[in-house]
Design a protein around this ligand. Structure first.
Ligand SMILES: [Zn+2]
Length: 217
């Protein structure tokens, strides 16, 4: 079983890839590769860093933050956020990776693969949409805005998962689709995998706002 084969070089990336990088060996940050050396990803606009669930300390930890941020990188558009405060931004590969490595999130993983993975947030049994659709969704959310960042219900992994699959939960009380959310829900990861959940439906990005509104009515 190819458990450790998810590491990729930036040159190997393909448009529409969902990638992640480990930060401080404790948590992952996720994004969608859209070509031309850029990724679209979601950050916590309040912390402006990455706030993640640490499996090591079993708590949320934050890194970065606007004040600590170094001078912006020279790559055009790097760090650009089209809807202010939205948290969805474009970043160059180098700034996304920082000092870590890049890994490709695996789709259509087998249940065996899913269970064998020691840490969540690296694979799903769900199927990925075609690359052009993935890029369309990510770009649409960058340009038109997205929903508020939420550690449990809408973090960077949820954003990438939605871009890749278009799957959204009908269950208003349980929106978080990422493994990090599932750690908080503390149930067996296997049952909570996006590809195995029964409460998720395909929602086109143009329909997302009205769909969410219909849930809350
Ligand atoms: Zn950059």
């Amino acid at each position: 079983m190819e458990l450790f084969s998810q590491k990729v070089k930036p040159s190997e990336l393909q448009k529409g890839d969902h990638v992640y990088t480990w930060r401080k060996s404790m948590y992952t940050h996720h994004g969608i590769f859209v070509g031309e050396g850029k990724l679209i990803h979601m950050v916590n606009p309040k912390a402006d860093g990455i706030l993640h669930f640490s499996t090591a300390s079993k708590s949320w930890i934050s890194s970065g933050g606007r004040k600590k941020e170094k001078t912006p990188c020279a790559t055009s558009d790097c760090g650009l956020e089209k809807v202010a405060g939205n948290g969805v931004r474009v970043t160059c590969i180098e700034c996304f990776i920082k000092k870590g490595s890049l890994y490709r999130f695996k789709y259509e993983a087998s249940r065996e693969f899913l269970v064998a993975k020691l840490r969540g947030g690296t694979c799903t049994t769900a199927r990925s949409d075609p690359p052009e659709e993935v890029i369309h969704t990510a770009t649409y959310l960058l340009e038109n805005g997205y929903i508020e960042y939420d550690l449990i219900n809408n973090n960077c992994e949820d954003f990438a998962l939605y871009c890749k699959t278009g799957l959204w939960s009908k269950d208003i009380g349980y929106q978080g689709r990422s493994s990090q959310a599932n750690m908080v829900h503390s149930t067996k990861r296997e049952n909570k995998d996006l590809g195995l959940r029964k409460d998720v439906v395909k929602v086109a990005v143009e329909e997302l706002s009205s769909f969410r509104l219909s849930l809350s009515l």
